[in-house]
Design a protein around this ligand. Sequence first.
Ligand code: SIN
Ligand code: MN
Length: 289
Amino acid sequence: MKLSPEQHSQFDREGYLFFPGLFTGAEIAKLTAAVPELYSRREIYNVREKDSDAVRTNFAAHLVSAPFARLARHPRMIEPVQSVIGEELYMHQFKINGKMAFAGDVWQWHQDYGTWLNDDRMPTHRAMNIAVFLDDVNEFNGPLMFIPGSHKKGVIEAGHDLMTTSYPLWTISNGLIAQLVERAGGRSGGIVAPTGPAGSMLMFHSCLVHASTSNLSPWNRVAVYLSLCAVSNHIRRFKRPEYIAHRDFTPIQCLPDDCLVRDYPVDLPWKDGLPASALVTSLEELETA
Ligand code: SIN
Ligand code: MN
């Protein structure tokens, strides 16, 4: 899938692009069918909400589940990212966020690259986030919110919040967020929350400031988040376990466009469990050429 010159300049200006209904119902059904079994696993890669058993985020499904392994190689997602980054990509992080009905907790205001720099020593922000909606997203079930243009600020000062939710995050203070929203237009467009049917895709800059509220509605908001990094920009430190920050820097090879509805063979290296090496962490930095 090619981006038009207008889409390239919109991405540069706003820091995100929205593709409503990019994947069909039949394609998304293959993914949603695999979620309950993945979420039911009592495995370290299922992080549950602070106050309930609901899954907040499932990591690394592309290494254990065939439908998600195929999504990780989908040309409708990989090609536009590659055209913006200008290099081959590897999968830095893969998660299926639950944001389940009544139980899904907040994601505080943050930039993803802040974490990738502070924790993983990713050298530059040449990495991209994708969100694929597995449920319809509306104003009630905790849509992702962006501050348009905030990616232009580079890395913004953040503090490590280990308390608010079950998942540690480098978060931005309310004072700074208020300033950023005001600069982005205040009440006229200073915050946007793209909503749309299951199958919609968001592509957003790794420095774009984002957040989402809790889900008090009776509707789940399951979405897949893929973080794709330029191969030469791979992380230099393994402080976080491998199921959270991947260490295989092999360039992603796309499958054909119909890969979600046809059973192309895919490798599932962690199908029978995580290797012990995936849990090993270190503060040492990799030597680079
Ligand atoms: C994230 O920022 O990684 C997730 C946000 C969300 O699921 O709403
Ligand atoms: Mn994020």
